[in-house]
Design a protein around this ligand. Sequence first.
Ligand code: SF4
Length: 279
Amino acid sequence: MINKFNLDEILSINCDECFGLCCVALYFSKSEGFPTDKEADKPCVHLNDDFRCKVHEDLKSKGLKGCIAYDCFGAGQKVAESTYKRESWRDNPNKRKEIFDVFVVMRQLYEMLWYLKEAYRINKDEAMRNNIETEILEIIALTDMDGKSLLDIDIKEYRKKVNPLLLTTSESLRKRNYKSSNSKVKRSRMIAGRLDLMGANLRNRNLVGEDFSGALLIEADLRKSDLSYVDVLGADFRDADLSGANLEKAIYLTQGQVNSAKGDSNTKLPKSLKRPRHW
Ligand code: SF4
């Protein structure tokens, strides 16, 4: 049933079809790699009248890591093209707040869809795949609702259904592959419930089957390491060095995570992700 949707395409950013929603609707701060401290509902100083970013080609040289890492999973073009039929927040100031609020909801729905799409792709259990497919179809139906109805969605209720599907998929894959690992990663340091591997030397290691979900891997050295079947859902890869690392079968690796890390032409990525231009 879900084969009729080209989910890889639907769930990829296409800024040309959006009206700069992430660059206006969201709060962001300079310390997180954005141009300035900005309140939600204010256009970024670099946003052009045609909704293009004036410094798009220079994000890396300007150190705008927050912009490079941000991924709306395609929610921006969905809101612009489908929900509001290309009527932008500039065309209709009365709907401005609604459009921005809808974008925040849509982004969460698209994020769930992206992870479910990955879980469906890597899970070989037929019953589980059916459950995942049912959830994907349910969320796709939500994304087609009008703006006001989207704002009434209880996102938490959907997360309660989605998260166990993601977790079960990850656990079964990792369990099947963990025995080949010799990583022995120390898991003693935690920050706010997240595994702290900031700056860790994990170079040239067999990390197969590890659970790095939510881990802080900022500036970690992962050069030439094997991250096959490693769950990296929500892990923070900012400035982690992935040069020569194998992430082809990493579980739940997103484009945003890849964009925020360092890498090179020898880094192996899943087919659905693009090699960042700055690598
Ligand atoms: S610098 Fe460009 S990509 Fe970043 S928020 Fe501003 S307009 Fe958007």
